[in-house]
Design a protein around this ligand. Sequence first.
Ligand code: GLV
Ligand code: MN
Ligand code: MN
Length: 401
Amino acid sequence: MNIDAGRFLADLHRLQSFGASGVGKGVVRPAYSEADVAARRWLAERMQAAGLRVETDSMGNLFGLADGPSILLGSHSDSQPEGGWLDGALGVVAALEVARASRKAGGPAVSVVSFQDEEGRFGVTTGSAVWSGHLSLAEADLLCDHDGVTLADARRVMASTGEIDPAQFTGFIEMHIEQGPVLDQADERIGVVSDIVGIRDMKITFDGQQNHAGTTPMHIRRDAFQAVSAFNQSLGERFANVVTPSTVWTIGHVSLHPNASSIVPGRAVFSMQWRDGDAERLDRMERIIRALAQEVAQARGMEVSFGQLLGLEPVAMDARLRGALENSAQQVAPERWRVMPSGALHDATNVARLMPVAMLFVPSIGGISHAFEEDTAEDDLVTGLRVLAGAVSGMMPELGG
Ligand code: GLV
Ligand code: MN
Ligand code: MN
């Protein structure tokens, strides 16, 4: 098939214009925001123009469907609150280009997807989690974002055309930026993913006593922020004999009540997230987190409570699809590619419950992502597209295309 690199890059830049942050090529396009919905409307038009049948399910996952059995390609087009232009968008636009080119060449049938809320405004990869059956729609609807908006309310902005039967897809391939420094530092062009790490994520709340910041002596304060601070300080030590150099944990969101300079905070709610390739290690870390939070609360005369534990298990990529990507990578970028794990989460983890999945990466300049500075050389974007297209055409007989 003949892919059109110019058309692919033009589409990618057009998608960036929805929710453009004005800082570099950054975007602000959280799930169900005005910019996200407008971007999906535009994507739907592009899918239609490519001869695909457009459908949107209850979660707002957007599909461009080929007739009959097809391979599914794609990723997500929502962004972090401060996101880069390629995280997710690259996989969706690459899928669109391969679908167009394959159709024109009489190649395998290719369908395209942009999953909703991969970036977890409400949960963890919420759109594909619901589509795959990992999370029920009823459970998902109860999830709240940091401003207390429920998913049930947020998703009303998108009209559903019906649910999409996964049985029509023979497999799923997600192209993505690496979002880490490995390929960039090694001056390599492509990463073929071996497996994706697991994740756990939950909100923790410390309840102390709101009080006057001028009159309350330090030794009688029950300051909820001090509890968060003590918890964070001790966590690394408590994890010391459990974690490996690739284990990561993050407190990325803290909300203090009432969040005023002259008030000792009575309540602190914070996000606690941890990731590793070993599910048992994730469980051990959970036990440490709960015990430490309880210990800190008790020592300070406070209450602690834990929100719903969200998570995804580590998952290995399908050998056959991965092999197709490896063969294609070796043809397009001989000796300039590697097999590597993914430390970032992807919709592919959920889709693996339904069908064989595989992923490929292109380098991230400086290893930066989830930031406006996120970028990749355009030559590398096109190299990734060629590897994806090569893998899809290489699988032609098996796909019945
Ligand atoms: C997905 O964006 C992640 O948080 O890894
Ligand atoms: Mn992503
Ligand atoms: Mn992301």
